[in-house]
Design a protein around this ligand. Structure first.
Ligand SMILES: *Cc1c(COP(=O)(O)O)cnc(C)c1O
Length: 298
């Protein structure tokens, strides 16, 4: 069980904020990716699969988690990576470098090809190339992943009024909704632009006690601003809790902003889920350094 830490700060209206440290579940298979993989690994074993194939971008937490799970549970892993230009540059990319050390094999494809990743013909092509495999979608979201994410909240104290999580594909928040009680209000903070997520979540979710806040994406997926970087560094120095710039940093910025704008009723007990993603900081810092920007404190 991940520990729950109270955020040591005075908030208005007797509001309290705690954070569940799912980032500490495993050193490589971090946070929600651990939850999402758990039942998929079981299923792959039951089906006697030897290989797991999945998709992701250059700094993907999911890619690294799958590589780590393959190493730990005895599967060959194959990552179909967006961006042909990366193929000669594995050593410059901390995420891919570590995934490779954990045994993952890569296939770098163009953005156009990557968009075909869910088509039958492309998957048939991949089977021809790599042999039989257990297929995990981009981000690892499927019904078994949602089932695993229910366990993030299943043993939770009933005292919390609100549970908050970062949202990418929506699998994690769907699991949190399904594992929650009706009296909990579930708030997802979208790390990307657009409201297409609502439909994806509604497909999996078994309750209506949730909403998605789309106001804190900071320009879109993987985008950051100086304000966000400054916030994450300040939070780290004050609380000794590291946040990642793609997901949890944006969520925490949003929660604190909403608290200070009186969004939450008096006496709310808010629980934020730390879904992990800290491995991405090194790669983000490299990119920030190149642009001469302030980097994240590690
Ligand atoms: C992948 C990821 C998410 C998003 O999870 P989804 O199930 O895709 O919504 C949130 N936080 C972190 C740290 C992640 O790595």
């Amino acid at each position: 069980m991940a520990r729950i830490q109270i955020i040591n700060q005075e908030f208005p209206n007797n509001i309290s904020l705690s954070i569940k440290r799912e980032d500490e579940l495993h050193p490589i298979i971090s946070g929600n990716k651990f939850r999402k993989l758990k039942y998929n690994i079981e299923e792959a074993k039951n089906l006697s699969k030897k290989k797991i194939l999945t998709f992701g971008g250059a700094f993907s937490n999911h890619i690294l988690a799958v590589a780590g799970a393959g190493k730990e549970f005895g599967f060959e892993t194959i990552g179909i990576i967006r961006g042909e230009e990366l193929s000669g540059k594995i050593s410059e990319n901390p995420t891919l470098k570590l995934a490779e050390q954990l045994g993952m094999k890569f296939d770098f494809v163009s953005r156009t090809t990557y968009r075909l990743k869910e088509t039958k013909s492309f998957i048939a092509e991949l089977k021809e190339k790599f042999g039989d495999f257990y297929l995990l979608p981009e981000g690892g979201t499927n019904s078994l992943a949602v089932k695993g994410c229910e366990e993030i909240v299943s043993n939770l104290d009933l005292e919390y009024t609100h549970i908050c999580s970062a949202v990418g594909t929506g699998g994690t928040i769907s699991g949190i909704i399904n594992g929650s009680k009706n009296k909990h209000k579930i708030i997802g903070f979208s790390s990307l632009k657009g409201d297409f997520l609502q439909k994806d979540i509604a497909k999996f979710a078994n309750k209506e006690n949730w909403l998605i806040n789309c106001n804190y994406h900071f320009g879109g997926y993987g985008k950051v601003t100086d304000e966000l970087i400054h916030f994450i560094n300040k939070f780290y120095l004050e609380q000794q809790i590291p946040l990642d710039p793609v997901y949890t940093g944006k969520m925490m910025f949003g929660i604190l902003d909403l608290i200070h704008n009186n969004y939450f009723p008096a006496n709310s007990k808010i629980l934020a889920i730390h879904t992990g993603g800290l491995q991405g900081i090194v790669g983000m810092n490299k990119a920030l350094e190149k642009k001469g920007k302030t980097t994240l404190i590690i």
